[in-house]
Design a protein around this ligand. Structure first.
Ligand SMILES: [Zn+2]
Length: 302
C-alpha cells in the first residue's frame, strides 16, 4: 500500500465514526420519560369552549425550500426533499384563527435553497392575520413567526396574537429575524402548562424540544374529524413512522433537545397506531399535505 493510500485509509477510519455520530445515529426513546399525550383529556378540553366549531382548516403554502432527506432524518440518503412553508386558517362560522405565519421574505436567508416564494399567498396570509380573532404559532423559528414580525400592521395584530412566554423568551431562535424594538414591551403573553383550549375544538399542547416554545395544535372540527398540527416537532412524517431523530449535525445547529423530541416521536408513533383517526400534519411534509387536501381534511388556499 502506498503511503497516500495508507493515509487515506487512516483518515476514513477516523472519519467513519464521526460521520456515524453526526449523520446516521438517532437516540432511542427513553421509556421512563415518555411525552404525555392524553387523548381523552385532549378531547375533553376540545369541548371546554361553547359555541360553533371549526368548519374547515385552510392552508397556504407561502414558500418552499429544498433540504436533503439526510437533513430531515438520521440515516436517510442525500436526496432532495421539498420543505414547504405553510400557514393555516381555522374557519369558524363566526371567527377565524391563524396558526403559523410562514415568513414575509427569503432575502435574509443565505445558505437556504429556496425553490419558491409566493407573494400572493403572503398577501392572503397577511389579510387573514388582520381579520383573525386569534393568531398562534407552533414555535418561534423564522419560518413560523416571520409573517407576524414583518406584518405591515403588527401593532394592530397584538390583541389577537397569542405568543407564549417561552416563545418570546428565546429571541435567538428567531434568527435571522428579531423582535421589533419596543413593540412587545407591554405585551401580555399566553401562559399555560400542558394543554390549553383556546376556542371550541382547538387545544394547544406544549411540546418543548425542537425549540423551547414549541407547541402542537389539536383541532376537532364541527363534523367530528380530528387534526393535529405538529408544527416542527416533526418536519416530515418519516421521523414518526421510524421513531428516528434529525441527524445530530442539524440538531446542534438548531439547538434542539434530542431527548425531548425523540420521546415526542415515540408518543406520536403510538398515537398514529392507536388513533389513526387523528390526522397528524407535520410542519413541512408536502406528501402528507397533498393526501390530506385530497381527502378533504384540509382545504388549499385561504
Ligand atoms: Zn419550520
Amino acid at each position: 500500500m502506498s503511503r497516500w493510500l495508507r493515509r487515506l485509509a487512516i483518515f476514513l477510519i477516523i472519519l467513519a465514526p464521526v460521520y456515524y455520530v453526526l449523520v446516521l445515529h438517532s437516540p432511542a426513546p427513553d421509556e421512563g420519560a415518555a411525552y404525555p399525550l392524553d387523548v381523552e383529556r385532549l378531547r375533553q378540553l376540545a369541548t371546554a369552549h361553547a359555541g360553533p366549531g371549526v368548519s374547515e382548516i385552510r392552508v397556504e403554502k407561502v414558500a418552499e425550500f429544498a433540504f436533503a432527506e439526510a437533513m430531515v432524518m438520521a440515516g436517510e440518503p442525500w436526496r432532495e426533499t421539498p420543505i414547504p412553508i405553510y400557514s393555516f386558517k381555522l374557519v369558524f362560522p363566526d371567527q377565524t384563527i391563524v396558526v403559523d405565519s410562514a415568513m414575509a421574505s427569503v432575502e435574509a436567508l443565505p445558505g437556504f435553497v429556496v425553490r419558491d416564494f409566493d407573494e400572493d399567498a403572503l398577501a392572503r396570509m397577511n389579510a387573514a392575520m388582520g381579520e383573525a380573532e386569534q393568531i398562534v404559532i407552533t414555535h418561534e423559528h423564522f419560518d413560523h413567526i416571520g409573517g407576524i414580525l414583518a406584518h405591515p400592521q403588527l401593532q394592530q395584530l397584538l390583541p389577537a396574537l397569542k405568543l407564549t412566554p417561552e416563545q418570546l423568551a428565546h429571541e435567538d431562535r428567531m434568527q435571522p429575524l428579531s423582535l421589533p424594538e419596543g413593540v412587545f414591551d407591554d405585551y401580555e403573553p399566553l401562559a399555560y402548562e400542558g394543554m390549553h383550549a383556546i376556542a371550541p375544538g382547538v387545544v394547544l399542547l406544549k411540546a418543548p424540544g425542537h425549540t423551547p416554545g414549541s407547541q402542537m395544535v389539536y383541532v376537532q372540527l364541527a363534523d367530528g374529524s380530528e387534526v393535529l398540527l405538529l408544527g416542527d416537532v416533526s418536519w416530515q412524517a418519516r421521523n414518526i413512522h421510524a421513531v428516528k431523530e434529525r441527524p445530530l449535525f442539524m440538531t446542534l445547529m438548531i439547538k434542539e433537545n434530542r431527548e425531548q423530541v425523540i420521546n415526542q416521536f415515540q408518543a406520536l408513533h403510538e398515537l398514529a397506531t392507536r388513533h389513526p383517526e387523528i390526522r397528524q400534519v407535520p410542519g413541512h411534509d408536502g406528501e402528507v399535505m397533498g393526501k390530506l387536501i385530497e381527502a378533504g381534511y384540509l382545504i388549499k388556499g385561504f
